[in-house]
Design a protein around this ligand. Structure first.
Ligand code: DHB
Length: 390
């Protein structure tokens, strides 16, 4: 009996080997990319998926002998969906890496799954500081709101802005932006008479902007997630805020390259701080922007795209460095400490925090050849997430 079972097993193994089925299956390296492809955050999904596909078109789909399979799932930016999809990808698809995460609640919903299954989770969009602390398997290729907000709080008081009202989306990244901007601005001698928070879902900015108009600060500091900036800009203009002498400042999410060119002249002169502009003048970025636009019907890449593109690089390099084996712990170890030149400039995945260290730029919206761009005029180099030191 025992002998027969062994023989049968040997025969079965030979069959599988001959058909090539088993090795082919083992050879596939799966990346489960969960993104909001529909709904309020759809531009984030569109940008990141396009960037991931561009990375693969440029770098091939075989790494260290493994065939890369990208599995894209739409979570419609609802965290319950993100969690369900992540579970399905880990249990049924047996993905080697989870990636994407369009908004903070999605990343936080998936963190326990990454920990339990020892699957690296590459956060390509979500930007609340605390996300990387939610699981030791999280690595981030996007940015954090504290990282980019502090630069604006240093720039504003040196440029005639003494009072600022803050207006943020009422969830993780907005609360980070509000706290890190206002604390640093106050430290620099500025005044924040009012802090306003708008709901993430279906926000109506009008009543908040009216309030800002009545308060008449030197500037309004805004954080809204990618995709919502155009609505803020439009209502800011319609209410004549700029004409009333109130400047608009913020993190670069509000002058998002995905929408900027359609915002019109009200956006001209708006100063923001951020880690990526499609106008960044490096050769690496010029190549990235040209090839992204060529592959995507002239869509301009935004900071989400660059997070997706660099996240793919981190995964590819980790697979190479770990010799194509693809185990969660080996991949994670090989993701830590990576240094490379991104389209945004030089970046570094801090081995201790698993968060990205990068330059933060001050930029002003200008018209060049009839198009609106975030034109960089100053840089703070190698900025770590200030949220990690608390
Ligand atoms: C987050 C989402 C965004 O679209 C953005 O621009 C910044 C942060 C987030 O949910 O973390």
């Amino acid at each position: 009996m025992h002998k027969r079972t062994l023989l049968q097993a040997a025969a079965a193994a030979a069959l599988l080997g001959a058909s090539g089925l088993a090795p082919a299956q083992d050879n596939v390296f799966k990346i489960g990319l969960i993104l909001p492809m529909t709904g309020q955050q759809a531009t984030t999904g569109r940008q990141i998926e396009a960037a991931a596909r561009l990375w693969m078109a440029q770098n091939g789909d075989t790494v260290a002998g493994r065939k890369i399979q990208l599995i894209v799932r739409d979570d419609t930016s609802l965290p319950d969906q993100t969690r369900r999809l992540a579970q399905e990808l880990v249990v049924n698809e047996k993905v080697n890496v989870l990636a994407g995460m369009g908004i903070t609640p999605s990343a936080l919903a998936v963190a326990p799954i990454a920990t339990q299954s020892k699957t690296p989770l590459v956060v390509m969009a979500a930007a609340t500081s605390s996300i990387t602390e939610a699981s030791p398997y999280i690595v981030r290729s996007s940015f954090t709101l504290p990282q980019v907000s502090v630069a604006m709080a240093d720039w504003a008081p040196k440029n005639g802005i003494k009072t600022v009202v803050t207006l943020v989306s009422d969830y993780g990244p907005g609360l980070d932006a509000e706290k890190y901007f206002s604390e640093r601005f106050a430290f620099n001698g500025g005044k924040v008479p009012e802090k306003l928070r708008v709901p993430l879902r279906n926000p109506d900015f009008a009543p908040f902007l009216q309030k800002v108009r009545d308060l008449k600060p030197d500037a309004l500091f805004v954080f809204v997630p990618s995709g919502a900036g155009a609505a803020v800009m439009k209502q800011f203009g319609e209410r004549g805020m700029d004409k009333a002498g109130i400047r608009l400042i913020g993190t670069g999410d509000v002058t998002d390259d995905d929408q900027l060119n359609d915002m019109g002249d009200v956006a001209l002169g708006v100063v923001t701080s951020h880690h990526y502009s499609a106008f960044h003048p490096s050769p690496a970025n010029k190549k990235f922007v040209a090839e992204f636009m060529k592959a995507n019907k002239n869509l301009r890449p935004n900071f989400m795209a660059v997070g997706g593109y660099d996240g793919m690089r981190v995964i590819y390099e980790a697979l190479k460095k770990s010799g194509g084996k693809g185990g969660g712990d080996a991949l994670l170890a090989a993701m830590k400490g990576q240094i490379f030149e991104s389209p945004r400039g030089p970046v570094f995945i801090d081995a201790q925090t698993r968060d990205i260290v990068q330059n933060v730029y001050l930029r002003k919206v200008e018209k060049k050849d009839g198009q609106l761009w975030n034109v960089e005029f100053d840089v703070i180099k190698d900025v770590k997430d200030p949220g990690k030191s608390k």
